[in-house]
Write a protein that binds this ligand. Structure first.
Ligand code: 13P
Ligand code: SF4
Length: 321
């Protein structure tokens, strides 16, 4: 067991320097991990950072598929994850064998796959997308090409409505976003009539229909930072509110309500597996680390590189360094 007197923050900083490591964190991580990270971002920003880093070691505080992307794009680096069990309900909804059979049933379709999937499913896809580049990438695909979209049916449905494209959708969902309650949200909006609703496209259609702004995590942060209003309801994983509060401390953020008020099911149970203790231990032990067969890595790299080529340039947040 860890010495309870250990100054975890100082120890993590010390080990980070000793290992020449960089700590990357997603906005859904605990606030103390976000504050300690060298870079906090959405899935696309984090992929770009991982691809460009000069550090020897990438410590990825996010879920396993994100750390896999770091390894795929930066194979010469050691990629550590605090907890190898940090999965994702979207990833597990889409097993590679079933995905392969689904593709085979739809010849002539271009296969666009959300980055929230395994390296095996990436390897079987034509182009990877994230919430922040999906629309721009779809608009570059010839109109007469039908699209297969996996594994998030809500993000896929949102994109199909937005772009007017016919898309065949894989029936996966995110356990965090699917449980926001339309009924509770209507009540909350009545109690806060001035609050704007900012929602992630992984939310069900009924929630998105009510939203004032829909976008990836970084897009939601940009929206609340730049909007004239100062009260917002946030329909995504609530750890993102930490970053919003840091950017615009005078504004007020309310987490969107779930179906069951008695639980905190809005928090992603997979992201929550990463703790400060495990972050310290992975830097001390240099494991768990992501390892991948070179054949799989190369096959998964192709649709990821296509994604990076087709992505609009990175957007700067107002007031960001
Ligand atoms: P983005 O940060 O790309 O918006 O993704 C959200 C998400 O659910 C990650 O698991
Ligand atoms: Fe997966 Fe949803 Fe958790 Fe993101 S928030 S890692 S999509 S389960």
């Amino acid at each position: 067991a860890l010495d309870p007197g250990l100054d975890l923050e100082a120890e993590i900083e010390r080990l980070k320097r000793a290992r020449n490591a960089v700590i990357l964190a997603h906005y859904y991580q605990d606030s103390e991990i976000q504050d300690l990270a060298d870079f906090v971002g959405d899935s696309l920003d984090l992929s770009r950072k991982a691809a460009a880093t000069k550090a020897d070691v990438i410590v990825f505080c996010g879920v396993r598929f994100m750390a896999e992307v770091a390894k795929i794009l930066s194979p010469s680096r050691t990629v550590l994850v605090p907890d190898m069990d940090a999965g994702c309900s979207l990833e597990s909804s889409c097993p590679p064998e079933a995905f392969k059979a689904w593709r085979a049933k739809h010849p002539g379709h271009v296969s666009l796959t959300y980055i929230n999937c395994s390296a095996e499913v990436k390897a079987l896809s034509d182009i990877i997308v994230t919430s922040s580049n999906a629309e721009a990438i779809i608009r570059q695909i010839p109109r007469d090409r039908p699209i297969l979209f996996a594994p998030d049916k809500f993000l896929g449905g949102y994109l199909a409505r937005k772009t007017g494209r016919d898309m065949v959708l894989w029936p996966g969902t995110c356990v965090v976003h699917e449980q926001f309650s339309e009924r509770e949200l209507v009540k909350l909006r009545m109690a806060h009539p001035k609050a704007k609703l900012a929602a992630h496209p992984e939310c069900p259609e009924g929630i998105l229909r009510m939203a004032d702004h829909i976008g990836s995590t970084s897009s939601l942060i940009k929206y609340v930072s730049e909007a004239a209003e100062d009260e917002f309801i946030i329909a995504t994983e609530p750890h993102i509110i930490h970053q919003m509060q840091k950017k615009v401390p005078h504004k007020r953020f309310i987490a969107a309500p779930g179906m069951d008020e008695s639980c905190s099911c809005n928090a992603c149970p997979f992201m929550a597996l990463n703790t400060m203790e495990k972050l310290y231990l992975c830097l001390a032990d240099m494991e768990p680390r992501i390892e991948m067969e070179e054949k799989l890595r190369r096959a998964a790299e192709k649709p990821l590189l296509r994604m990076l080529e087709m992505s609009p340039p990175a957007q700067k947040l107002a007031g960001a360094a």
